[in-house]
Design a protein. Structure first.
Length: 560
């Protein structure tokens, strides 16, 4: 396959621009608004902007489009920087803010006023909406639209000086109130906000609107290709109007691509913030959230997220990607790297009646079955063990190859045992199994050729450590929760289950965030928010197989 066949349409455009000599260097930017945490959709933009710059020996900026101080904070700024670094990208000395250009933006606004291309409007917000018209009806000119240049300059100067209350005046571009593109109906350029800014403090009482600041910041930085998602396609004529009126040295080319939408998730910052504010999740970094912080805390590797967006591809076609695709990327990333450990999530006690009471053996266990270079560890083995409840069945079907009355099974890295007696409580629930072991069948000893069909995992009761294990599932029960009138109606009530598990003792020193595979159960990692000295907490990263695949396929088919 040729390079041309493997390039997405954006990379092909960039390649052609370099080949033609239109650009000698490619300059891109990732321009988040610091009004929330980054999510999986942003990963696509981060990888695309930093990726194409790196591939062409170009440059990429991390720029905070911080024009709305009422919703922005230093917390979000720090979180965004942390997330971009964790994904593996470095902006070096190219960290900027739209607020770095406030003086230049204000000068640009003055220029528009002097050209008669902008005016100060004294209509209220409700009146502006009324005058704006609808998709089927043209708007009407504001009665203040024809103010003189001198009056507009005077009012704008007074706006900057803080003489007016919020909403009392607004600077608007003078374009076309009858335009079929609503973005061209005299859009706002500056509004009054007597709000402390997280980067500039109280230096300003007026702030530029996003479209105005975004376009010119790209121009100021010499961005060659302004890559953004499809919802900004209708804004492009406005961006081009700004560039035509102001004629900056650099004129970025805007190219739109489709958003990355993930099934069983929402990526609207407004909706994500509502989940946090209402206490539905414990924060922006809740492991059920599609935020980068949440996925990092859950244990998703950065490489898996990069792989996922690569597989999703850069297109102009709307797409809803199955959650299973992301989870498969996680499994593939973790499979070769994660060491194996033993854990019992729903314990059932086994007593080996013919095993000496005080005896403890150390079983040699491989850390990874496919990577002998990762070595082995020692597992203490004793008379009393924990096994999984569902590894025993009293009335077992013929092809049940785990433990059952009178049946035998091998303990992984241990002995073959036989279930001799089932102990129940007064309610009839199984609480203990009395078993016997065959001392000639120790795993790896070579002393017995006897084989059984089933092998199960275990943990020594005397040596086990207790831990809270969080079993995370999808936050929503519908593949496309955005289609619901009320998000609360499609919340998955079983998105989190916490069990008190029994873990092998080596897990007591497991570093937070370091992934391991609990044999036969899935991939887990220590929770990064657990306080020292408290009960260990492990998060399930992903199961060993995609148990939702069939359900997701059916849901996708129903949605066309």
């Amino acid at each position: 396959m040729s390079d041309t066949e493997t390039r997405d349409f954006i990379r092909q455009i960039i390649h052609d621009d370099l080949e033609s000599g239109k650009h000698a260097e490619i300059v891109t930017r990732f321009p988040p608004e610091p009004n929330g945490y980054l999510h999986i959709g942003h990963v696509m933009s981060i990888c695309l902007n930093f990726g194409v710059a790196a591939e062409t020996a170009g440059r990429s900026y991390l720029r905070f489009d911080d024009t709305n101080p009422g919703k922005e904070s230093a917390e979000y700024v720090e979180a965004i920087e942390r997330d971009v670094r964790w994904l593996g990208f470095d902006w070096q000395d190219r960290l900027t803010h739209a607020s770095d250009y406030f003086e230049q933006l204000y000068a640009a606004a003055i220029s528009l006023v002097e050209k008669g291309a902008a005016y100060v409007d004294s209509l209220s917000a409700d009146e502006i909406r009324e005058y704006r018209g609808t998709l089927t009806e043209p708007g009407r000119n504001s009665p203040y639209r024809d103010r003189s240049v001198e009056e507009n300059l005077q009012l704008l100067t007074r706006m900057r000086a803080g003489e007016f209350a919020d909403g009392e005046q607004i600077l608007r571009a003078k374009i076309d109130m009858a335009s079929p593109n609503m973005n061209l109906r005299d859009p706002a350029l500056y509004r009054i906000r007597h709000v402390q800014h997280q980067h500039t403090g109280d230096a300003w009482s007026i702030y530029p609107m996003y479209d105005f600041a975004h376009t010119l910041s790209d121009a100021f930085e010499g961005i060659t290709h302004s890559l953004c998602t499809l919802e900004f396609e209708d804004h492009r004529p406005l961006y081009e109007w700004f560039l035509e009126q102001l004629e900056p040295v650099s004129r970025p080319r805007q190219i739109e691509f489709s958003r990355l939408n993930l099934a069983y998730a929402v990526t609207s910052k407004r909706k994500l913030n509502a989940l946090v504010e209402e206490g539905i999740v414990e924060g922006w970094n809740d492991p059920r959230m599609p935020t980068i912080a949440g996925m990092r805390r859950r244990g998703y590797p950065a490489a898996a997220l990069r792989d996922f967006v690569s597989r999703a591809g850069v297109t102009k076609k709307d797409k809803l990607i199955e959650m299973g695709v992301l989870e498969n990327c996680v499994r593939e990333s973790l499979g070769d790297e994660s060491e194996r450990r033993m854990a019992v999530l729903r314990p059932l006690k086994v007593v080996l009646t013919n095993y000496p009471q005080d005896k403890v053996e150390l079983m040699q266990a491989m850390n990874h079955p496919g990577r002998p270079e990762l070595g082995t560890r020692e597992l203490p083995f004793s008379r009393e063990l924990w096994i999984e409840q569902d590894d025993f069945m009293e009335d077992a079907p013929r092809k049940f190859f785990r433990l059952k009355p009178g049946g035998e099974v091998r303990l992984r890295f241990g002995y073959i045992i036989r279930c001799d007696e089932v102990i129940k409580d007064d309610a009839g629930d199984v609480i203990e199994l009395r078993c016997s072991y065959d001392e000639d069948t120790r795993s790896g000893s070579g002393s017995s050729d006897r084989k059984v069909k089933g092998t199960i995992h275990w943990v020594s009761c005397a040596h086990a450590i207790d831990a809270d294990v969080r079993l995370y599932d999808r936050l929503f029960s519908e593949a496309n929760p955005n289609a619901a009138d009320d998000l609360h109606s499609v919340l998955n009530e079983n998105s989190l289950e916490v069990v008190v598990a029994k873990l092998e003792p080596s897990l007591s020193t497991q570093e937070a965030g370091e992934p391991v595979q609990f044999e036969r159960l899935g991939y887990f990692c220590g929770d990064s928010e657990t306080h020292a000295g408290s009960t260990p907490v492990f998060n399930r990263i992903v199961t060993l197989r995609d148990s939702w695949a069939k359900l997701e396929k059916q849901a996708m088919q129903q949605q066309g």
